[in-house]
Design a protein around this ligand. Structure first.
Ligand SMILES: Nc1ncnc2c1ncn2[C@@H]1O[C@H](COP(=O)(O)OP(=O)(O)OP(=O)(O)O)[C@@H](O)[C@H]1O
Length: 227
């Protein structure tokens, strides 16, 4: 449902993506990993339409919504009003549907977003993106600044969303163990190019991938990868 072909994106004369091709199937969860500056955010911002391609193509069959890096709440607005901002483009706003998927949000709907914990804000950011009823959810850094237990809970919500609604997920994630556990397939980017794309379980067992791209994360070989 997402077809990226030979994509080139530049910032002025600097090339951030240099001929990237990637496919995401309907209902598939794909992780995008790689070192700092590899082009992960650039790719996701191009998929969501915030950046323009210099050449190549991005085709999405359906709607895409992004959970931006840093969550980008309106801190003085309530959780509910933050969520409603995500539903501006559809007539029948989907608050109840989002509360079904993320029940904790219902209990905090009247609270100011700025008063919430980082994990709660991330849940609001996911809920806000879901208000657009996306076929593809593009998430830039799910775990950034969050405690592992909070991240596990968010990951469980994403698994549920994927299983129940068939929502595809493109996940940019620094925590490779999390990315590989959550997503059956992964794409490794480096310096604006795809180094390897494949089954997360196989990548986790690949010495070359571990040593070259994930430094000393040797425990990856022992990670159990969910189907
Ligand atoms: N607004 C910008 N103007 C100029 N160069 C940029 C801009 N944003 C990103 N870049 C450059 O583009 C390249 C890719 O950056 P990008 O943020 O997409 O990488 P990333 O993989 O998401 O990195 P990180 O993990 O640090 O967020 C880097 O060399 C970066 O310095």
């Amino acid at each position: 449902m997402l077809h990226i072909s030979d994509l080139v994106v530049r910032y002025g004369s600097a090339v951030a993506l240099d001929g990237v091709s990637l496919e995401v199937g309907r209902g598939e969860m794909v992780a995008l990993v790689g070192p700092n500056g590899a082009g992960k955010s650039t790719l996701i911002n191009t998929v969501s339409g915030q950046l323009k391609a210099a050449s190549g193509s991005v085709v999405v069959e359906g709607t895409v919504a992004q959970v931006p890096e840093g969550r980008q709440m309106f801190p003085d607005m309530s959780v509910e009003d933050n969520l409603l901002l995500g539903g501006w483009s559809i007539r029948n706003r989907q608050l109840d549907e989002v509360f079904d998927l993320l029940p904790d949000l219902a209990g905090m709907r009247r609270r100011k977003a700025g008063r919430l914990s980082g994990g709660q804000q991330q849940m609001v950011a996911i809920g806000r993106a879901l208000m657009a009823r996306p076929d593809l959810l593009a998430i830039d850094e799910l775990s950034l600044g969050l405690a592992p237990i909070v991240v596990d809970e968010l990951a469980e919500h994403l698994r549920y969303l994927n299983a129940e609604r068939g929502t595809a997920v493109l996940l940019v994630e620094q925590e490779v163990t999390l990315a590989f556990n959550l997503c059956a397939r992964a794409c490794v980017l480096e310096a604006g190019r795809v180094v390897v794309t494949g089954d997360s379980a196989e990548l986790a067992e690949s010495d070359a991938v571990r040593k070259a791209y994930f430094g000393d994360l040797a425990e990856l070989a022992d990670v159990e990868v969910s189907p």
